[in-house]
Design a protein around this ligand. Sequence first.
Ligand code: ATP
Length: 394
Amino acid sequence: MSNVILKHVWKVYDGKVEAVKDANLIINDKEFAVLVGPSGCGKTTTLRMIAGLEEITKGTVEIGGKIVNDVEPKDRDIAMVFQNYALYPHMTVYQNMSFGLRLRKFPKAEIDKRVKEASRILGIENLLERKPKQLSGGQRQRVALGRAIVRDPKVFLFDEPLSNLDAKLRVQMRSELKKLHLRLNATMVYVTHDQVEAMTMADKIVVIKDGIIQQIDSPFNLYHYPKNTFVAGFIGSPSMNFLDASVVGKDDGLWIKLKNDIMLKVPKIYEEELVDYKGKDIVFGIRPEDIYDKMFAVAAKSENTVSVSVDILEPLGNQTILHAKVGEDLVVASIDPKTEAEVGQKIDLVFDMSMMRAFDVETQQAIITKEKLEHGLNESKSARVSGNNGSSKK
Ligand code: ATP
């Protein structure tokens, strides 16, 4: 069993910088967990405490059921892959990969077997006699991975291992790492500030802000059921739209009132959750992909359609990102690339209100429960507000 458990873990640097605050986290055996958050949020510090490279101020770290606070890094049965690879320049690939095993006095034949096997998995068998400077960035990264693999550790720790690679190679290595995880069947903890990396690779994502864990969840749940505005805004690209709004009660139910008296009808399923907010301000959230060009929407009604003026159009080929003014607010929508919208012109946008999100102004916490949002997701699927990307035009 090689799970990693953090219980009430704190890291305070120099008695004053609280880099990690009361972290509680369970990473299960064979799980791929990604710690993600903006620069300085404490993810590297957390990883380094797991590795034993940073002293734990308070709390406990367990690996494989054993508290390791006082265990030396070399005795923790972990292998860490860093952003800068940290290869020895004067050694060949073979020597770099075998170095740790030689230090541990492994028999020569066993070392050879492990290096050959790892280099086969990584497709670098033909590079074993080269020195690091004779390798490309991607090849160096593979060698760094190989050095970790030969150790056959309980837990792999990765600190932004792909950030020195160009965009294309990063995408490739992302899927290779994922395959590697399946193949090695090992527990992996991976640090990145890139939410796309987190979403594509993780079984479990840990979103951190200012040293505090905000939410631990699957990529799907983080995207659909964010617990607060930070998570909602951090996961997803382009980011979720947040608009100042209030909840208004009318004869026919609840409405969301945006600036300039723009009104959007709250779906029945969410009324119970929002009724306490009647007459109060909320933060209204909606993802760009849940706003549609009316031309391609099949469920446009006056209660979910807003006329906007187009500010910017960014055609990406498979979609067009539209920036528009909704009253005084700016809204970003990811719409069908066949749109006829033009900058400076008006266009009707349809909001898929079953996908709306609502947050408390004070606490920034989500108001609508996951259970209700699951209903909303199903409603959105069956109503198919949009025919985005190919389905029927109204
Ligand atoms: P990045 O993505 O930029 O690497 P991060 O999320 O990994 O950021 P950490 O490196 O863990 O963040 O740093 C968390 C906080 O602790 C930051 O405010 C940082 O300035 C501070 N910090 C990190 N190392 C030290 C140190 N050795 N001494 C004092 N403060 C530190």
